[in-house]
Write a protein that binds this ligand. Structure first.
Ligand SMILES: Nc1ncnc2c1ncn2[C@@H]1O[C@H](COP(=O)(O)OP(=O)(O)OP(=O)(O)O)[C@@H](O)[C@H]1O
Ligand SMILES: [Mg+2]
Length: 215
């Protein structure tokens, strides 16, 4: 595939959506065609799955059912949007991807799904395909959640299924992202997200240039 695939990962309120927008604008300025997307819900089919996943009772699905829904969304996303765009030479920036599934479903919930099951699902859905670069925006969950709640209140959003979980869950989640980065240091770069929007954007631009060589 000719294009690149960059994923933004991290807990709630770390700044993924904000930084995805800024990075997209930066790359477009450099003459690169960019698509900004997200998981879950990056396609019309995925939007239906997202609705199931982000609303309602936090325990409504068992672990495997929940993972399968995320992977169904991922399959739609890859086949209908990510891969075709990359084939055309476009760069795709995704606000969350498979590391979020692993961090939430495996680390967040104290390993309630076997790791091998998640790996198998990934293989079925994506094969050997991996992001070219993953930016993990690391932040104390209390700071991130405060940002998230403020945003949710301002926008009256109802997508609070994960935000409503205990702080312990979010601490596990943060450790999970750091474990993933330790396992795949070439692909995953951890950045301190407890800084200004501008400073984080400059760090991201530096890493993207270093890893993917734009300039
Ligand atoms: N560096 C920052 N400093 C302070 N506030 C920030 C920063 N980055 C983003 N915010 C604000 O915090 C809130 C959450 O940011 P954003 O939506 O980008 O995070 P997110 O990681 O996408 O969150 P979620 O996981 O809930 O989608 C927004 O209101 C945003 O304006
Ligand atoms: Mg977001």
């Amino acid at each position: 595939m000719k294009g690149k695939f960059i994923t933004l990962e991290g807990g709630e309120g770390c700044g993924k959506s904000t930084q995805a927008r800024l990075l997209s604008a930066y790359l477009q300025n450099k003459g690169i065609e960019v698509i900004t997307t997200k998981e879950p819900g990056g396609t019309p089919e995925g939007k239906i799955l997202r609705e199931l996943l982000v609303t309602g009772d936090k325990d409504k699905f068992d672990a495997i059912a929940e993972c399968l829904l995320y992977y169904a969304d991922r399959r739609c996303h890859l086949t209908k949007l990510v891969w075709p765009a990359m084939d055309e030479g476009k760069w795709v920036i995704s606000d969350r991807y498979a590391d979020s599934t692993e961090a939430y479903q495996y680390y967040g919930y104290n390993k309630r799904v076997e790791h091998q099951i998640l790996e198998n699902m990934y293989q079925i859905v994506a094969g050997d395909f991996k992001p070219d670069l993953t930016l993990i925006l690391d932040i104390d969950p209390e700071v991130g959640m405060r940002r998230s709640f403020a945003k949710a209140e301002a926008m009256e959003v109802k997508e609070l299924r994960f935000e409503s979980r205990q702080l312990e869950f979010h601490k596990n989640l943060r450790q999970g992202f750091l474990e993933i980065a330790k396992r795949e240091p070439e692909r995953c770069i951890v950045l301190n997200a407890d800084t200004t929007v501008e400073d984080l954007h400059h760090e991201i631009v530096r890493v993207v240039n270093e890893k993917l060589g734009i300039e």
